[in-house]
Design a protein around this ligand. Structure first.
Ligand code: AMP
Ligand code: MN
Ligand code: MN
Length: 325
């Protein structure tokens, strides 16, 4: 890590007593893992830490130590805010209210699309997970990594790489895994809890969504409506993984899954086949992500949003084909 950044982050953390850690809305395993991991590291330094996320911790990550301490609102007073795995300010949600806007904000993230919205921005798109960056920070600052911290951070690496199957997995990521296992985390246990275990209702809901799959111009897409979620009693924050499961389908150059949220907004999950990029389309739609996995959140009714997103993804993919040819 850049020594100037390390010193700047170390200095901010050094003087702050009360630190607010925030991760992104609709949290995934890296969001929760890096939040809990850094929270626990900072508490061991004697800091008063609040862990916040606008949405509740999904069921899959409630096995993580400290997951019951995540709050959905931050009303106290703080000296410092640290954003984790948030590619833009909106991703932090309303947890960081107007009256916290004047505080120093350290932005720690691994999205190539990061908008550098912090007062200090540490963005490393070569890291497979924000949790990997948290491990780097701990090691460079000489902070001991306990078993509890290792479990949370390994959860971030396991989930963001779908158990080390994504194209960005490299030696640095695997070295981080080794160190986390040495510190006491169990890779099979985390993979089982975070990736394998799911309620039956989620598979029933997948079946409904698979029924509606369409393949148009190489884009494989489907939707999960409010009514479908209600039918199976699936909470919006506990339903994930469908886009990942579809991403290996040979006929698809890209996968798009639309999910209606309770608040009427529509979450869009995108996946690209190797060599293609969906982050570009996601950014044009106001979202972000990684080349192979990106997303955005849009207003509007489902058919409108579907049309707009599919047009944008189609356009972006044909530009990429033209560029490559
Ligand atoms: P998902 O499809 O939810 O697994 O997300 C895939 C990737 O896209 C992750 O890296 C997310 O952080 C990113 N992403 C998803 N939704 C959004 C959004 N609304 N705004 C910015 N990035 C997003
Ligand atoms: Mn994330
Ligand atoms: Mn991440």
């Amino acid at each position: 890590m850049d020594p100037n950044l390390r010193e700047a982050i170390s200095a901010e953390i050094g003087w702050a007593c009360r630190i607010l850690l925030v991760t992104h809305v609709g949290p995934d395993g890296d969001a929760i893992g890096s939040l809990l991991g850094l929270g626990s590291l900072l508490r061991a330094r004697g800091k008063e830490v609040t862990l916040a996320c606008e949405d509740p911790v999904p069921e899959s990550y409630r096995f993580l130590p400290g997951s019951d301490q995540v709050v959905q609102e931050a009303s106290g007073s703080y000296d410092l805010v640290i954003g984790l795995d948030c590619s833009d300010r909106q991703r932090m949600g309303d947890v960081v209210s107007e009256n916290l806007a004047a505080l120093p904000l350290v932005n720690i993230d691994h999205h190539v699309t990061n908008g550098r919205f912090g007062t200090i921005n540490w963005v490393d798109a070569s890291a497979v997970a924000t949790a990997q960056m948290v491990l780097t920070l701990a090691e460079e600052l000489g902070w001991p990594v306990t078993r509890q911290v290792a479990i949370c951070l390994l959860n971030g690496l396991v989930t963001d790489t779908r158990s080390f199957r994504t194209s960005n997995v490299d030696m640095a990521a695997m070295r981080a895994v080794l160190r986390l296992i040495e510190a006491g985390a169990s890779l099979p246990e985390i993979a089982r809890q975070a990736l394998e275990q799911r309620p039956l209702a989620s598979v029933r809901l997948w079946a409904d969504a698979v029924d509606r799959l369409r393949l148009e111009d190489g884009i494989l897409w489907t939707s999960v409506t409010l009514a479908m979620r209600q039918r199976w009693g699936m909470d919006e924050n506990d339903f994930s993984g469908l886009a990942n499961s579809l991403s290996g389908i040979r006929e698809a150059r890209a996968v798009v899954v639309f999910t209606e949220r309770d608040n009427g907004l529509i979450d869009v999950s995108m996946r690209a086949a190797p060599g293609l990029n969906v982050a570009q389309a996601a950014v044009r739609l106001g979202g972000g992500g990684h080349p192979q996995a990106a997303g955005c959140t849009l207003e509007g009714d489902l058919p409108q949003v579907q049309e707009r997103v599919l047009a944008e993804v189609g356009q972006s993919l044909s530009e990429q084909r033209a560029g490559a040819g």
